[in-house]
Design a protein. Structure first.
Length: 421
């Protein structure tokens, strides 16, 4: 470690004494050490000169007319520009009470008359070095604070990038699953419509050949109706999937607050997750009033619940082929309470305090990034102003509870519309 020497050369010292001989003596001692010395003969002038010159150290006689040294020091410590300047009292008095009073008003040391050259130099040097170290410390703290601010800004920017990456990854996964999911209704609809086209060609040929009879035409109409119903139902299914997917993805890309139906938002999220669990025995069960209007961030809620559902599927049902994920939402005690629970394998009690830590995962090197629950907690706490806790449940699995104050979810014009149930 490199040691940096503390320079006190040319330090400014104010000497306050009403005796000219004492001023001459201190002038000789201090100037011989290379210090810049100024003088005052009373407390009033000392206050003015100290405020203008801002010395590095003050030597102050206690026994002075009008304003004594104790009162002068007390007033100095009330002035913002010089309150940190160290004061050494000069006194011929040895009364313990004077010593106590001097330290009580802010003095750092005493020099007793008659003064000794070596003692004056030693005490002055000591307190100038201490003061220089204090200034150096304050400067280092200021530099460290600025450095920390830059680091915090970089961390915040990095966290935003991580959040955006996770959001885009979730959307990308949903796009793949959604594309695969709509292939089925589209394929069925195309098959039904193709069958209708073939049958229409056949019935048209029979009509043109004058071979069409009532029974064949009746069969055609019946088959045509069945095909139309099949195509219609599957196209409606496709439209429902597209609308849900569209709302969820738009919400995830929207960082603005908006008035929205919370129950509908959850329904869209559950619908968008169906392709992921379609070929499993897992179910997502939603218990939420469809009339819950809130003014908040739909995109934040979408990211929270998609992460929570994925977390249950990845960790809660690891090696478990069947189970339920339940989303329950209600207004209670002036807050929005959301419970996300599953009947999976649960979490070790010793790990409950770690699951929200950044990069913590039970699947290191596999699918888990260790960011999902950390991001969820940040969104709940920092963006929504709420809290999230986790506990294991007796019947198996675990339950996350999100609690968001109602004041964070409404505008003044909504207060009459929201009923706390």
């Amino acid at each position: 470690m490199v040691r940096t020497s503390i320079s006190i050369e040319s330090s400014r010292i104010l000497v306050v004494d009403d005796t000219p001989a004492n001023l001459d003596l201190f002038s000789q001692i201090l100037e011989s050490e290379g210090y810049q010395v100024s003088f005052a003969t009373n407390g009033k002038d000392a206050l003015k000169l100290a405020s203008l010159d801002k010395p590095d150290l003050i030597l102050l006689d206690i026994m002075m007319p009008e304003i004594d040294g104790i009162e002068t020091c007390r007033q100095m410590k009330q002035l913002r520009d010089i309150r940190e300047v160290p004061v050494i009292f000069i006194t011929a008095k040895t009364d313990r009470k004077d010593v106590v009073d001097g330290f009580a008003v802010g003095a750092v040391d005493f020099i007793t008359k008659p003064v000794q050259h070596e003692e004056v130099c030693a005490r002055v040097r000591c307190h100038l070095q201490i003061q220089a170290l204090i200034k150096l410390r304050d400067e280092l703290i200021r530099m460290l604070c600025k450095h920390n601010e830059r680091i915090e800004a970089l961390v915040e920017e990095q966290n935003k990038k991580i959040l955006q990456t996770e959001k885009l990854a979730a959307i990308g996964e949903m796009v793949g699953e959604f594309t695969h999911e709509i292939n089925t209704p589209v394929g069925i609809a195309i098959t039904a419509l193709s069958y209708m086209a073939e049958q229409t060609e056949l019935i048209t040929k029979s009509f043109n050949d004058n071979t069409l009879n009532r029974e064949d035409f009746s069969t055609f109409l019946s088959a045509n109706k069945d095909s139309v119903d099949i195509a219609n139902n599957n196209l409606k299914r496709m439209l429902s999937l597209i609308q849900s997917f569209k709302r969820v993805t738009i919400n995830q890309c929207n960082d603005e607050r908006a008035l929205f139906n919370f129950g509908e938002c959850l329904s869209d999220i559950v619908m968008s997750m169906q392709p992921k669990i379609k070929h499993t025995k897992h179910k997502i069960v939603l218990d939420c009033d469809n009339e819950m209007l809130i003014f908040s961030y739909p995109g934040v809620f979408a990211q929270i619940f998609i992460n929570m559902i994925n977390n249950s599927l990845l960790h809660g049902f690891d090696d478990i082929e069947e189970g339920d994920i339940r989303l329950t939402a209600r207004f209670e005690d002036n807050a929005l309470i959301v419970l996300i629970s599953d009947d999976g394998k649960g979490i070790q009690d010793s790990l409950l305090d770690k699951i929200f830590d950044k990069f913590y995962t039970s699947k290191r090197g596999e699918e888990g990034s260790g960011l999902g629950l950390h991001i969820v907690k940040g969104l709940v706490k920092d963006t929504l102003g709420g809290s999230i806790v986790c506990r294991n449940v007796l019947q198996g699995g675990c339950e996350f509870k999100i609690d968001i104050p109602l004041d964070n979810l409404i505008e003044s014009h909504l207060e009459q519309k929201l009923e706390v149930r």
